[in-house]
Design a protein around this ligand. Structure first.
Ligand code: ADP
Length: 328
């Protein structure tokens, strides 16, 4: 049996998300509360491989809960994908006596953690840090709520100008291969259509509806998830425009892009990050490894990495029905 975890490293890895700082703060403070030593690993796995590791104390996480981004920085680390890179990373942890890791990131980061903890005797616990909400084993991920609210704020503003000019807007939101941000910002923003990779997008239906637009309303918002199978918002707009063939109709495309990753985390994201951060450290102390701390049905749960990584996470069926029903 491995030794009780007494010195932990914390890192943020892969795509950043608002709320990562709140998670770091919770990890550091819970560890200190439990008389552990804590090290911040800079730039994700890169800091582990290149020995960019700093000692943290209670003050190093002061005044960060409200800040977007991550004070530990993040990156994608190719060297960590190779056994030699992971060996270097292990040696750098050993040098300091670090015997537990908390990884805040998405499923790629968990894949790395799983490989690492199988190769070396270092327990690893993950926190779901991604705006995409595409991780099984947790109802929400850290950053999702903030990203949806940022998208929603933009959609509200675009709706004003869409209405003023009787325009049809195609708004592309992030989400990688998942449609969660599109669906929730689409419901909240009153979109007429939401196109997501999980369901077949029906151009004919959109064309039919837009041809009738004058009869019902003058402007429309169509939210497109970046991973939609028909392509980008620009591509879909062109498909629709070509079929409508009406020069009087004005089509516009807005790609929201990286604004969705930034900004002050919402209360929900701060609370989720804090709960998961505390749970990760308590999990390490209780001897857990190779799992993610998440929240499901209001309760903290630990799910093995293998059940979180690459597992399909279905959209909530009611959500798509809602959009259709409420857009009449
Ligand atoms: P995310 O965690 O946001 O999904 P990535 O997929 O880019 O982000 O993964 C983050 C990092 O995790 C990668 O840059 C790499 O260092 C590490 N990683 C991902 N997959 C593996 C793997 N199979 N083996 C080792 N490390 C991996």
């Amino acid at each position: 049996m491995s030794k009780k975890v007494s010195k932990i490293g914390v890192l943020t890895s892969g795509g950043d998300s608002p709320g990562m700082n709140a998670a770091i703060r919770a990890v550091v403070r819970t560890a200190l509360y439990n008389k552990m030593e804590v090290f911040g690993i800079m730039h994700g796995y890169t800091g582990m491989v290149e020995d960019d590791i700093i000692k943290m104390d209670g003050r190093s996480v002061a005044n960060i809960i409200q800040r977007g981004g991550t004070i530990l920085k993040t990156s994608r680390c190719m060297e960590f994908m190779q056994p030699e890179g992971r060996k270097k990373a292990y040696e750098n942890l050993q040098k300091r006596g670090i015997n537990g890791l908390v990884i805040i990131g998405g499923d790629g980061s968990f894949r790395g953690a799983q490989t690492f903890s199988n190769e070396f005797d270092i327990p690893c616990i993950g926190l779901p840090g991604t705006i995409d909400k595409d991780i099984a084993g947790t109802d929400y991920t850290i950053g999702f709520d903030t990203a949806v609210n940022t998208a929603l704020d933009a959609i509200d503003k675009i709706r004003d100008t869409a209405a003023a000019h009787d325009r049809v807007f195609f708004i592309e939101v992030m989400g990688r291969d998942a449609g969660f941000i599109a669906v929730e910002s689409g419901i909240g923003g009153g979109a007429e259509f939401v196109l997501v990779p999980e369901t077949k997008s029906d151009i004919d239906l959109i064309v039919k509806s837009l041809k009738n637009l004058r009869k019902s309303k003058s402007s429309s918002i169509i939210v497109v998830a970046e991973g939609d199978e028909l392509g980008s918002a620009e591509t879909i707009m062109k498909l629709v425009k070509d079929q409508i063939q009406d020069p009087s109709k004005d089509f516009k495309v807005t790609t929201l892009g990286h604004i969705q990753r930034g900004g002050k985390p919402t209360a929900r994201d701060r609370v989720l990050a804090s709960r998961c951060g505390m749970a990760a450290v308590e999990g390490l102390l209780a001897g857990k490894t190779n799992c993610m701390a998440g929240v499901m049905n209001g309760q903290v749960v630990y799910t093995p990495f293998e059940d979180c990584i690459g597992k399909p996470k279905p959209l909530i069926p009611d959500h798509l029905k809602l959009i259709h029903l409420l857009s009449i």
